[in-house]
Design a protein around this ligand. Structure first.
Ligand SMILES: [Zn+2]
Length: 280
């Protein structure tokens, strides 16, 4: 475990450097995407972060005077004074409720949590290695009541680009309605499963009434300010490397490049199962 975590960032960083060159323009309000927070580190899950590291990072945000914004506020509010960051969680695993939210609440911080509407309170089926439990409707309701933003991460976590219009409308529109019924508040932020989207998917997201979405960085991604580029946080990240991703004064960040590579190959998920195996 230890040696992998030491060697891995080096090779990912080297690959990023070779493949992507050194330009990586920073965003106005930087945003991060977390997945699982854990007290029992898993050998296979690069997308999880320990509660200890998450706490250290959240505390450092306070120390450095960063304001945390909900994604929809980050998009709609004009650039205010001081450093800001939008924290997001894809998949709304139960650990966000049990391990991350208490830390954020304690620091008076907020986040946007993207739930897979068809899997509330159930275990995920699209990761090959570990089936993890998602927040229940009651837990999401509690999070929303505490000021966290609940966004949609689709109904069943498919690659949206592969769906026909009817299925696409279900994944995007029905998930919104289901989540709104669950939490009793509007849902206006979207996160694409596996980070996969195209012009048709984006248009459907807007037509359904969403006002913003997170995207992995790329030229097309940043062409519309309602699409907010996010950098993933992974098991090998430390507090300084996470800050590297959100520091808008740093033009080239190795940590950002690493995130891009991770997003490109893993799409935020360890290994992707075939759709037919996990269709609801
Ligand atoms: Zn996901």
């Amino acid at each position: 475990m230890g040696i992998i975590l030491i060697i891995m960032p080096f090779f990912i960083g080297l690959g990023a450097w070779l493949l992507l060159g050194k330009r990586s323009a920073p965003a106005k309000c930087p945003a991060l995407v977390f997945h699982e927070v854990s007290n029992k580190p898993s050998l296979f899950s690069l997308s999880e972060i320990s509660q200890k590291r998450f706490t250290a990072f959240a505390d450092e945000l306070v120390r450095r005077d960063y304001r945390t914004l909900r994604l929809s506020d980050a998009v709609e509010a004009p650039a205010g004074r001081g450093a800001t960051v939008a924290l997001t969680f894809d998949d709304a695993f139960e650990s966000v409720f049990t391990l991350a939210a208490p830390v954020l609440r304690h620091n008076n911080q907020t986040a946007t949590i993207f739930a897979v509407a068809g899997f509330l309170g159930r275990r995920s089926t699209w990761d090959v290695y570990a089936a993890r439990t998602h927040c229940s409707a009651a837990q999401l309701r509690q999070l929303a009541a505490d000021g966290f933003e609940i966004g949609s991460h689709s109904l069943t976590h498919p690659d949206l680009r592969r769906l026909d219009d009817r299925e696409l409308a279900r994944e995007i529109g029905d998930s919104k309605k289901l989540l709104e019924d669950s939490i009793g508040a509007p849902v206006t932020a979207f996160s694409f499963p596996f980070g996969s989207w195209n012009a048709r998917v984006w248009e459907m997201v807007l037509n359904a009434g969403y006002r913003c979405a997170t995207v992995y960085r790329g030229a097309a991604a940043v062409a519309d300010s309602r699409r907010v580029p996010v950098y993933g946080v992974y098991a090998f990240d430390s507090t300084p490397s996470i800050f590297n991703k959100i520091d808008t004064t740093v033009e080239f960040s190795l940590s950002r490049a690493q995130s891009r590579i991770m997003a490109h190959f893993a799409k935020g998920s360890a290994v992707v199962k075939f759709r037919k195996e996990y269709k609801r």
